[in-house]
Write a protein that binds this ligand. Structure first.
Ligand code: ADP
Length: 541
């Protein structure tokens, strides 16, 4: 027997209409390139998105067309997050930090019809255009009067939407139609496209707002430091619209001092970013304290949050940390590390251990651990294997790529490429990425565990561990580390002794080399591909 409830398409214009109807006066603030703050409301965003939607149609954009963006986090970018999907087009966010070659490849692969470019990023974008056989139509945000633009046919954003109509009617969108396209940042290979549907993003939005997950509420002031070009800013813009929360968009001002100022000035309650952002903010706050007491959740994901940094935020700054795990392929939210009732009795030290793990799968994400022989591993806290997931906001296949057994199992699960274990109470611990694990003398060593242990030392701000070839043991761990400017220098031998006290002797890297900085990927993660190359080139002696 079938249920008798309505067939209500789960589409993005419903989220936008909801925000406009219920929370029209809630603010969206953007820090502009000149550091002044642009403020408007969800009602303003709604009417300008309608203008933009009708202008997009005027440009000849049709359902299914890809509309590219090359921009910082700002209100114009946010208007595209809504206008493009709401006319059935696909909002394709381009990662501004990729190389011109990678970007040219992605733009050609996606066949973007038009690209909205932040004028402040024009020099970077012009290098990309040189590699394109056919240049899409270009629309520019933030054009300063008098600026010289050499692009033929480029139009200014405000001029474009001035010709649109704010009484534009949304078409009836299909919930299974594509609404967003993000390429993975290529940390472990060539970029691949994840093509979200209205339905998947609508359900992800509800998933994000579960109170066990990120649980945004109407009183929140949310600052996604995570770029809008990284996995749809983790879905936070849509989750804010659904919750009626206010948004603060930091624009190009991502240095720690600017972030500290924005948090204090805007009364940010929830801020989200990768660990390196929060390492920088912590160091900045130590030197130059600011009032960050408004923050009720510092959301961190994209890479493991070192336990020591969680402890420092919670004890020294009184800022609660919410650690989450996800992937572009999961829209991106998969697990959230929140203490459960039975954790509350734990001493603080153990609670931070719990928070440093990746957390439990949110409702809507099924998870299993599969060992080397293809068997499902028990949830016993120690059996390790590949993390596999399925759910309504998990990728079913990559854009314009045949599904391969490297990514999808025959029984319908997505292979994340992460290695981890599940505790009996359902907490995921990510040990490593499959290709970053170190196999020494036949035994596995977790690079992530070693990195975290090194970063827990007060004299170390960042550390990366890679596998290097070894004649006797096949592979050995090798570490690089950055010294903290705020602590007495530590010797490599002292760090080795620290690791030896916590891990088996064969885990201890034979060498720990201090460096000025560690190479990062386009989204701020440790770039192990580059570190491995530097090692091979003899950079570390
Ligand atoms: P890319 O694959 O290009 O790095 P993603 O942002 O999609 O881009 O990265 C997803 C990966 O980031 C995950 O597969 C995992 O390896 C890592 N990751 C994300 N969140 C965490 C976390 N909280 N702890 C450890 N690793 C994480």
């Amino acid at each position: 027997m079938q249920g008798l409830m309505m067939d209500y398409p789960l589409t993005m214009e419903r989220i936008l209409e909801h925000a406009n109807r219920l929370y029209p006066r809630k603010r969206i603030s953007t820090v502009l390139p000149d550091e002044t703050v642009h403020r408007y409301t969800w009602a303003d965003l709604h009417s300008r998105s309608k203008r933009l939607a009708s202008a997009l149609e005027g440009l000849g954009i049709e359902p299914g067309d890809r509309v590219g963006t090359f921009a910082w986090n700002n209100y114009q970018h946010l208007e595209l997050y809504f206008a493009a999907p709401c006319i059935g087009a696909v909002c394709h966010t381009l990662n501004i930090r990729l190389s011109p070659d990678q970007l040219a490849y992605i733009i050609s692969h996606a066949e973007d019809r038009v690209i909205f470019v932040d004028a402040t990023l024009l020099p970077r974008f012009e290098a990309v255009i040189a590699g394109l056989s056919r240049c899409p139509r270009i629309v520019l945000f933030n054009v300063k009067p008098g600026i010289r633009i050499d692009l033929p046919d480029a139009i200014g954003y405000e001029a474009l939407i001035a010709g649109g109509s704010d009484s534009f009617e949304w078409p009836a969108n299909d919930e299974n139609a594509a609404m967003g396209l993000c390429y993975t940042s290529g940390t472990t290979g060539e970029p691949r496209g994840a093509l979200y549907s209205h339905r998947s993003m609508f359900l992800h939005t509800l998933g994000v707002n579960q109170s066990n997950a990120l649980g945004l509420v109407e009183s929140d002031v949310v600052m996604p430091v995570v770029p809008q070009f990284h996995a749809m800013a983790w879905g936070l813009p849509y989750a804010c619209a659904a919750a009626g929360a206010e948004l603060v968009l930091p624009g190009p001002h991502l240095n720690p001092a600017a972030l500290a100022r924005t948090i204090a000035d805007e009364g940010v309650t929830v801020a989200a970013g990768v660990p390196t952002i929060w390492t920088g903010l912590y160091e900045a706050l130590k030197v130059n304290p600011r009032d960050v007491s408004s923050v009720r959740a510092l959301i961190v994901g994209g890479a493991a949050m070192p336990r020591g940094l969680i402890e420092a935020y919670e004890t020294e700054l009184d800022v609660p940390v919410v650690h989450a795990w996800g992937m572009t392929e999961l829209s991106p939210l998969g697990t959230v590390s929140r203490l459960q009732r039975h954790h509350r009795a734990l001493p603080d030290a153990d609670r931070w251990d719990v928070k440093a793990r990746q957390g439990y799968p949110i409702c809507g994400v099924d998870m299993r651990i599969v060992d080397d022989s293809g068997n499902e591993a028990p949830w016993d806290g120690s059996s390790m294997g590949e993390v596999q997931v399925r759910g309504p906001w998990v990728i079913g296949r990559y854009y314009r790529q045949d599904p391969s057994p490297d990514h999808f199992t025959a029984d319908g699960w997505f292979r994340t490429g992460d290695v981890g274990s599940m505790s009996p109470d359902g907490f995921l611990t990510i040990t490593d990425r499959t290709r970053d694990l170190i196999k020494s003398g036949g035994e596995w060593i977790s690079s992530v565990a070693l990195e975290n242990a090194l970063m827990d030392h007060p004299a170390v701000t960042e550390a990366a561990v890679i596998a290097v070839p070894d004649a006797k043991w096949t592979e050995r761990p090798f570490a690089i580390a950055v010294r903290s400017p705020n602590a007495d220098p530590v010797a490599a031998e002292a760090l080795q002794a620290l690791l030896a006290s916590a891990y088996p002797k064969y885990w201890v890297p034979d060498r720990i080399v201090f460096v000025e900085q560690i190479p990062k990927t386009s989204v701020g993660k440790l770039d192990k591909k580059v570190i491995r190359r530097q090692y091979t080139e003899g950079k570390f002696g």
